[in-house]
Design a protein around this ligand. Structure first.
Ligand code: CUA
Length: 333
């Protein structure tokens, strides 16, 4: 009996060591590079959980595998084997040990959750998700951008809104993920710990353009951040302003190079005669573009679905719409 136990335990230790090594190396391969202080806590918990899973899996599967080979029925052996009832020590330990593991994990998770969600921060950024783009507003700096630029090492409070349906704000390298829910303000706290380029991904299926609902992220030094803020004041030239607005709001669904996306391309669109879904034809002029921004479902171009959300004057002012028209006029084939 003792001989069997020793052999089974050796098998279990070998299995656990192998799986532990796979978890250790697999983490580097399959999990995106870590780039935030908060994410460090999350990775530690995730690693610990995977190691525990590897250990428990090895214990169960090790005994089972050993029994299958060591106690298999041999030719000519017709006995059923001894029947065993109850083992108090074993039963108490397989109840207590998992209970302690689960309680320990919840205690650690609670500790890290409150540490990640603590309210202190150096910078506030308001994030708005809408089908199918992200807008970042820096109320203390008085700027708005389609690109998320943040200083490294500063704790940022993200105040998250949605203009239409449920989206989810997620930069995988930062680990923390938070839903954008219409009618609700949600928060995420992140301290970027690595400079570089990343992407905000929408992590909630939100419609036809969900996969394109990306925004560039740049983590830079404090000096570069301040220089970027200074550059962000809106340009005086309407074509420049229009270009910036189109890049922020439109390019997820409308290409500038003639390719077909969720919506028609902007290339060569201005001045063209365009057939609509109701069978009529319209000339794409200032009035049509303005109407299509304010009430996009009224006149839909043939071959496309009426999926574009309306942009009211709080999202794009009349001057901003005029700037978009000025830029679209320059997109000639
Ligand atoms: Cu927004 Cu998916």
């Amino acid at each position: 009996m003792k001989r069997h136990l020793v052999r089974a335990l050796v098998l279990i230790v070998v299995l656990a060591a192998g799986l532990g090594y796979l978890v250790y190396t697999g983490f580097e391969v399959f999990v995106p590079t870590l780039a935030s202080a908060e994410g460090e806590r999350i990775d530690q918990l995730l690693r610990l959980q995977f190691f525990l899973i590897a250990a428990i899996f090895s214990l169960v599967v090790g005994f089972a595998l050993y029994a299958v080979f060591a106690f298999r029925r041999r030719p000519g052996d017709e006995t059923a084997g001894p029947s065993i009832h109850g083992h108090s020590l074993l039963e108490i330990s397989w109840t207590l040990v998992p209970l302690l593991i689960v309680l320990g994990l919840s205690a650690m998770t609670t500790r890290d959750f409150f540490w990640i969600r603590r309210p202190d921060h150096d910078l506030l950024i308001r994030v708005t998700g809408q089908q199918f783009s992200w807008i970042f507003e820096y109320p203390e700096q008085g700027i708005k951008s389609g690109e998320l630029v943040v200083p490294e090492g500063k704790r940022i409070k993200f105040e998250i809104h949605s203009a239409d349906v449920v989206h989810s704000f997620w930069v995988p390298e930062w680990r923390v993920k938070e839903d954008a829910v219409p009618g609700l303000t949600t928060y995420a706290y992140i301290t970027p710990s690595r400079e570089g380029a990343f992407k905000v991904r929408c992590a909630e299926l939100c419609g036809a353009g969900h996969a394109n609902m990306l925004a560039p992220v740049r983590v830079v030094s404090q000096e570069e951040f301040e220089a970027w803020v200074a550059q962000q004041k809106p340009p005086a030239d309407p074509v420049e302003l229009g270009k910036r607005l189109v890049e922020q709001y439109c390019v997820a669904c409308h290409s500038l190079d003639g390719s077909k996306k969720v919506g028609p391309t902007f290339l060569g669109m201005f001045g063209r005669q365009t057939p609509l879904t109701d069978g009529t034809t319209v000339t794409v002029d200032e009035a049509y573009i303005q109407a299509s921004i304010r009430d996009p479902k009224a006149q839909v171009v043939e071959g496309f679905q009426p999926v574009m959300p309306a942009f009211g004057p709080d999202q794009l002012s009349d001057e901003e719409v005029a700037a978009i028209v000025a830029f679209l006029k320059t997109l000639k084939e």
